[in-house]
Design a protein around this ligand. Structure first.
Ligand code: HEC
Ligand code: HEC
Ligand code: HEC
Ligand code: HEC
Ligand code: HEC
Length: 203
């Protein structure tokens, strides 16, 4: 009988762990793209701000993916004959948008909003990781409910000054918990009871 319980327990554990494995959540696996666009080069190397391309991140629920015109602002001048950029030029000529592979995709029954997080001092890095070191984009976080809840229970461990929202490799100027608590007051962040209530994310 003891053996049977052990086997059942083990089977349960395997299913549980398997369901949370990186294979299922696709965490940390770089995604193939129609053009090998590198955040490491554009953000890490050239220092372009996220908001130059993800223009709606502060004002809307979506961060937005830049249209071909944004690429051509620069690539009509630099690397203009490079074969690697031919799909960008083709898209510009034909007006057919580039079909980027989505990296992050929450289920439809979850409500998420970028602008509120950005307005309350949650940096891109806290959720997307060191984008400035990603040659191809991958998902840094699991995007599981427990991941959202972990921060919603203790936002003071993450919030930073709004000026540093897009900074990569941010280091708090002092004790994070103290700074976090002060910013939570300043930005009027609600308490954990509200932030972990089901209707916050399932509306
Ligand atoms: C020069 C334009 C440009 C800049 C600057 C830029 N991005 Fe991007 N970003 C893109 C493009 C194009 C894609 C779509 C291709 C891909 O996923 O790599 C993308 C995709 C992403 C994705 C994944 C989208 C998905 O499908 O889930 C995230 C997250 C992201 N960017 C975050 C950032 C952050 C954070 C910064 C600033 C640190 C930044 N980006 C700066 C152009 C840019
Ligand atoms: C603000 C200017 C600017 C914008 C906008 C821009 N790029 Fe670039 N891009 C550069 C520069 C500068 C380089 C050279 C980087 C290097 O050599 O490190 C580059 C290089 C590249 C390369 C060559 C390989 C590499 O990563 O070095 C590709 C591919 C590329 N860009 C694709 C894109 C795409 C696709 C977009 C639109 C989503 C885009 N770029 C938008 C400035 C820009
Ligand atoms: C609180 C966590 C969090 C923060 C902070 C955050 N993101 Fe996201 N981001 C997500 C999630 C979750 C998704 C997937 C959304 C979906 O599937 O509906 C996402 C998706 C994206 C996408 C894909 C397009 C879209 O809007 O769905 C881009 C681009 C992106 N984020 C860029 C950024 C940039 C740039 C910043 C900082 C200015 C940022 N994100 C801050 C969690 C975050
Ligand atoms: C790193 C911290 C962090 C992570 C991760 C995070 N959030 Fe948040 N979220 C916050 C903060 C801070 C606020 C602002 C709360 C406020 O204004 O009172 C917020 C606000 C929200 C709100 C608006 C709440 C309201 O009452 O208007 C929603 C919806 C939300 N988050 C959904 C999500 C979802 C879904 C995820 C996971 C996919 C997630 N968040 C991940 C920190 C985070
Ligand atoms: C901070 C945001 C947030 C809050 C608050 C939240 N959820 Fe979720 N929930 C998510 C996300 C994101 C997913 C999808 C990812 C996943 O399945 O883990 C999810 C998935 C689910 C699922 C689908 C089952 C599954 O594991 O796929 C159920 C059921 C659910 N939530 C119930 C609840 C209940 C009940 C509450 C209140 C006690 C709650 N949620 C509060 C973000 C949240």
């Amino acid at each position: 009988m003891f053996g049977a319980v052990l086997v059942l327990g083990l089977a349960g554990w395997i299913t549980y762990e398997g369901d949370r494995s990186h294979y299922v959540t696709r965490q940390n696996i770089p995604r193939e793209q129609p053009i090998p666009f590198s955040h490491a080069h554009h953000v890490g190397g050239e220092g372009f701000d996220c908001r130059y391309c993800h223009t709606s991140v502060e004002t809307s629920s979506f961060a937005g993916i830049p249209p071909t015109e944004t690429c051509m602002n620069c690539h009509s001048q630099i690397w203009r004959t490079s074969p690697i950029l031919e799909p960008v030029r083709a898209s510009y000529r034909t007006g057919q948008s580039i079909r980027w592979t989505r990296v992050h995709d929450l289920p439809d029954f979850v409500y998420f909003n970028h602008s509120i997080h950005v307005a309350k001092g949650v940096g891109c890095e806290s959720c997307h990781g060191r984008v400035d070191r990603m040659p191809l984009m991958w998902e840094e976080a699991s995007l599981r409910m427990e991941w959202c809840l972990n921060c919603h229970r203790h936002p003071e461990q993450y919030v930073r000054p709004r000026e540093s929202i897009t900074a990569m490799g941010y280091v708090p100027a002092g004790n994070q918990e103290e700074i976090g608590r002060r910013l939570m007051q300043e930005y009027h962040i609600q308490d954990a009871r509200v932030l972990t209530s089901c209707s916050t994310c399932h509306r």
